[in-house]
Design a protein around this ligand. Structure first.
Ligand code: M6R
Length: 618
């Protein structure tokens, strides 16, 4: 949510900033704006809607005012306070036009601050919480002088809530200053130029050297480097890291949409996530601040996550319970901390988050740690807040995922959570070493099967076009097929704006079967006839029941499942895999179905309406 770019260097700042905003588009936004300092003057352009609208505005005004300068910042806004219109778009200025601010997050005490400023005669031009910061910083500079960084620190100390703030001062044109609490921001270090970004995609074109910023820190960037302090002015050293992917990974590579490219990258995402995690017969995590004894003592696991990551968690539960016999509960992170879950030192909370920024998941992690539980996070973003606040981390190596719909990160999360299951089984001795190796090897065979599934998707695309005008589609599954059904329904909702629901097939008779009517497409995720024969039989009965009531059945079944063929109006075969690994392939046709239906309905599958890639507000 919200994208932020900052730049100081020799290049035209406008180009760097607008290009950076484009690379952050996937985060979700509804207006965009830039501020550039040139000749000791702030030049602002901002516009509701897509970045193209901002481009047009800048182009249309270029004859009368060219935006030039080498220091600047930009913002894509996902509206929280105030409608997504031109006036509320960022940057915001103080009354004199000296200070410009962009902001990601929510300033919770903004009403009190606004009232204080209004009683001092300040007139606000927007409805945003952000504008208060511009006025406060300007007032501080007028009263106390000093640097923009000094004023930012003083104001940041007064703010409550979550914020990344980036500021420009027309009178200090060689610096950009940022403050960070609970909202993402990273620093990029080039030769004679320095960058800020909500994530590294903002500056990957120019440098792969980055620096993590911590909580409650202020950073000043200059051409020759940067200075980080706490809000109290104490110097701080940031943690440098090298970005292990490049510009090509963040581009479409010949596909019309990032999502289509990312779906094809799924075999690599799983392969890279597994790589190097079995060493001398031992499952290794990436960062381990827990010792083996801590893992041995775990007697309860909670998995907390949102959306697609939650579905990966539901699959992980089956694997962890099966391999370790430790009870596992999977909770939506947004519910977890508000219901007072029973946690202890022996509880392991596994937080799954692609971005590592999701506010609900981050707060769940904090709640767990306050209650002395151990936290292990599964994350796709190096240096993000959730892994930094965790006791142990396992990174998914899916590379950047730009499409809002999670695809390759989902399969990578399933691989990672299954690795966690094996690590726990190993620590607790519920599996012998050779059994761990066998399961790990089975996981390593998955990428080839995903490739095989992807190669056989043409009939699914055709089917998608046939059913694209359906009113609704239902998805049913059992055991690990149930979270796959939920994920299929989520993909369809978010991409095609179509009513879709996922159900545990056994629940149909308890209500949802009333939804079945003539011609309603129902996607069935079939259990394996050999891996789960009992469930397979039960599912055949469920399919017969809905077919008898007119449903058009689309059955996803293991290759060679003859019984499934008899019940299917459309049969989609996927490679056979052990039950706990079957979601890696059963999920593929559901992704393809959702993407193709959405495209047939004219939807932008990379940027679905109303959605942000990472949800950084609760
Ligand atoms: O970054 P996270 O994994 O924490 O994001 C969680 C959800 O917002 C995310 O999985 C969302 O549901 C997907 N975009 C759905 O495709």
């Amino acid at each position: 949510m919200c994208g932020i770019v900052g730049y100081v260097g020799p290049r035209p700042a406008l180009d760097v900033v607008v290009e950076g905003l484009r690379r952050l588009e996937y985060r979700g936004y509804d207006s965009a704006g830039v501020a550039i300092v040139g000749d000791n003057e702030l030049q602002i352009a901002k516009k509701a809607g897509r970045i193209e609208n901002l481009d047009k505005l800048i182009a249309s005004e270029s004859a009368t005012r060219a935006i030039t300068g080498n220091t600047g910042m930009g913002h894509t806004r996902w509206a929280t306070h105030g409608a997504p219109n031109d006036r509320n778009a960022h940057p915001h200025l103080d009354a004199s036009g000296r200070i410009a601010v962009v902001h990601n997050g929510i300033i919770e005490n903004f009403s009190a601050l606004r009232a204080e400023l209004e009683s001092a005669g300040v007139e606000f031009v927007s409805e945003t919480d952000t504008e208060t910061v511009a006025h406060l910083v300007a007032a501080h500079l007028t009263a106390h002088g000093g640097s923009l960084a000094d004023a930012t620190r003083a104001v940041a100390r007064r703010l409550q809530g979550a914020f990344t703030l980036v500021l420009l001062d027309a009178e200090q044109p060689e610096v950009v200053v940022a403050a960070r609490r609970n909202s993402p921001l990273v620093l990029g270090v080039g030769y004679g130029e320095t960058f800020l970004g909500s994530d590294v995609a903002a500056f990957i074109e120019y440098t792969r050297e980055a620096v993590e910023l911590g909580q409650d820190q202020v950073v000043e960037i200059r051409r020759d480097g940067y200075t980080i302090t706490g809000f109290d002015g104490t110097p701080v050293t940031g943690r440098p890291f090298h970005i292990d992917w490049d510009l090509a990974a963040a581009e479409k590579g010949g596909f019309d949409y990032f999502m289509l490219k990312e779906m094809q990258e799924q075999p690599g995402a799983v392969r890279d996530t597994l790589l190097g995690h079995l060493v001398d017969g031992q499952i290794m995590l990436d960062e381990q601040r827990l010792d083996r004894q801590d893992l041995r003592e775990i007697d309860k696991v909670f998995i907390v996550a949102c959306g697609t990551a939650y579905h990966a968690g539901l699959i992980g539960k089956q694997a962890i319970e099966h391999w370790t016999r430790i009870p596992v509960e999977v909770e939506m992170a947004s519910e977890f901390r508000y219901r007072d879950p029973v946690l202890s030192r022996q509880t392991l909370v596994v937080a799954i988050s692609q971005s590592g920024e999701t506010a609900d998941t981050l707060e769940a992690v904090r709640h767990a740690r306050e209650q002395n539980a151990k936290v292990l996070s599964i994350c796709n973003t190096n240096g993000a807040q959730i892994p930094r606040e965790s006791d142990a981390v396992l990174y998914t190596h899916a590379g950047p995922e730009i499409g809002v719909a999670a695809t390759k990160t989902f399969v990578a999360q399933v691989a990672a959570v299954e690795l966690v299951g094996l690590a726990l089984a190993q620590a607790r001795g519920t599996k012998y070493g050779d059994e761990i190796t066998t399961e790990f090897d089975a996981l390593c065979a998955v990428p080839d099967q995903i490739s095989a599934a992807l190669a056989a998707m043409e009939p699914v695309r055709e089917l998608a076009r046939e059913i694209a005008s359906a009113k609704a589609i239902l998805f049913i599954g059992r055991h690990v097929g149930y979270p796959v059904a939920l994920e299929g329904a989520l993909k369809l909702k978010e991409l095609a704006y179509m009513h879709a629901e996922g159900f545990a097939a056994g629940e149909l008779k308890h209500g949802p079967i009333a939804l079945i009517e003539d011609g309603l497409p129902v996607v069935v995720v079939m259990p394996s006839p050999t891996g789960r024969p009992v469930l397979h039989q039960k599912m055949l009965s469920n399919v017969a029941e809905i077919k008898a009531r007119g449903a058009r059945t689309i059955v996803i079944a293991e290759a060679g499942d003859a019984a499934a063929r008899e019940h299917a109006d459309h049969l989609i075969e996927v490679p056979a895999l052990p039950t706990l690994m079957s979601p890696f392939v059963t999920t593929i046709p559901l992704q393809v179905l959702a993407a193709e239906i959405a495209l047939a309905r004219g939807c932008d599958i990379d940027k679905p309406r109303n959605l942000a890639k990472s949800v950084t507000v609760e």
